[in-house]
Design a protein around this ligand. Structure first.
Ligand SMILES: NC(=O)c1ccc[n+]([C@@H]2O[C@H](COP(=O)([O-])OP(=O)(O)OC[C@H]3O[C@@H](n4cnc5c(N)ncnc54)[C@H](OP(=O)(O)O)[C@@H]3O)[C@@H](O)[C@H]2O)c1
Length: 345
């Protein structure tokens, strides 16, 4: 495992981290084995066990940061993370969790969640997260999405109070623009951001470069293009209507882009074969080479995947191989996909 020093946070963080969105959404991410097409209690329990084992395998493989959020299964992910870390030394593990997306069935147009940056909501959410995570502090507390209805000064004052009390150690922002980050910086020290970034989604590159110049490190999400860059998806997938990724990653999984990704995968296949490694390690390795990436968050639903991902830096990509990837990305015009265009509407 490789580690990077985070400037403002003053922490050494593993270059890959465990993402747990799927951990909270086991069924809709297809991680629950069905019996005769039906979900059973046995299937759910088994998937849960594997999710715990996956987190533990990642930690044993040298990962020291786990990323979660209350909205990943509305508490389910945080609860499983809380269970998985019990046998580990808490001060050797870092946890990032989030706030501001609150279930709100009065707002169906926002998928039943609304932004909650108010002082009262931050305090309410942090209490719930601490309980589910079975811990008395959170290492990175991240505002999941900007709240258009609350002055960021109020949100940051809540975070400063929590930091002063030792309830949270560092402050982060996810899915925020440069202007929104700068505004928050007027009120609090911002230690990290959490934007999307992968070979096929490089829209946030400039933002991450700027953030690094401010001492703010990036926890990038979607490293494996929601599974696509692991090489396991070679045909346009048919997502279950319940699968939350269908909407979130819809710009990756459309016919036009998908055809381009298959070309990229051909180049990645060759590199993987030369190093006798799985294709996913090529994506992880390439991403880790970008100096503005602090840590790559990777969703790992099984201990086998976790172990495989932890070995991604056991080999080094040659300059020719990097150039081959960059060439195909450039030729195919991939990398410019606006993954979160729906957010800007
Ligand atoms: N802040 C935000 O708004 C935001 C948004 C999205 C995600 N995130 C965070 O970022 C994390 C990562 O993003 P993501 O989970 O959406 O996408 P991702 O990491 O790009 O992809 C996860 C997918 O890759 C598969 N995978 C992982 N390792 C593999 C391997 N070795 N071989 C084959 N397949 C493999 C996983 O399958 P298995 O599950 O079967 O292992 C899963 O289907 C999330 O879990 C979450 O913590 C944050």
């Amino acid at each position: 495992m490789r580690y990077k020093h985070f400037t403002n946070a003053n922490e050494d963080v593993s270059l890959i981290s465990i993402g747990t969105w799927g951990t909270g959404e086991l069924e809709s991410f297809g991680l629950v084995e069905k019996e005769n097409g039906k979900v059973t209690t046995k299937g759910i329990m088994k998937a849960r066990e594997r999710a715990v084992e996956a987190i533990q395998a990642g930690l044993q493989g040298g990962i020291n940061l786990i990323d979660t959020a209350p909205c990943y299964g509305w508490g389910a992910s945080e609860r499983i993370v809380g269970e998985a870390i019990q046998d580990f030394d808490r001060d050797k593990i870092m946890i990032s969790t989030k706030f501001s997306l609150v279930p709100d069935m009065a707002r169906p147009e926002r998928g039943g969640a609304s932004s909650g940056g108010s002082y009262k909501n931050v305090m309410r959410e942090v209490s719930a997260s601490l309980r589910l995570l079975r811990t008395n502090y959170i290492d990175f507390y991240i505002m999941h999405y900007p709240d258009p209805y609350t002055d960021v000064a109020e949100t940051m004052s809540a975070l400063n109070v929590l930091k002063k009390r030792g309830v949270i150690r560092h402050i982060g922002l996810s899915n925020h623009s440069k202007e929104q980050i700068e505004r928050a910086m007027e009120w609090a020290q911002i230690d990290i951001i959490q934007p999307p970034f992968s070979m096929v989604d490089r829209e946030m590159e400039d933002l991450m470069r700027w953030a690094k110049s401010q001492g703010i490190d990036s926890l990038t999400y979607g490293t494996l293009g929601a599974g696509l860059l692991s090489g396991k998806v070679r045909e346009m997938p048919v997502f279950d209507p319940q699968d939350v990724r269908r909407g979130f990653y819809r710009n990756l999984y459309n016919e036009e882009n998908f055809a381009k990704f298959l070309k990229l995968l051909e180049v990645m296949d060759n590199i993987a074969a030369a190093h006798n490694c799985p294709v996913g390690q090529v994506a992880i390795n390439w991403t880790g080479e970008q100096d503005y990436v602090g840590t790559e968050l990777i969703g790992m639903g099984s201990p086998e995947h976790a172990r495989e991902n932890c070995k991604a830096f056991d080999w080094t990509m040659s300059e020719e191989e990097k150039a081959a990837i960059d060439r195909v990305l450039h030729e195919m015009g991939i990398g410019d996909i606006e993954l979160l265009d729906w957010m800007k509407r």
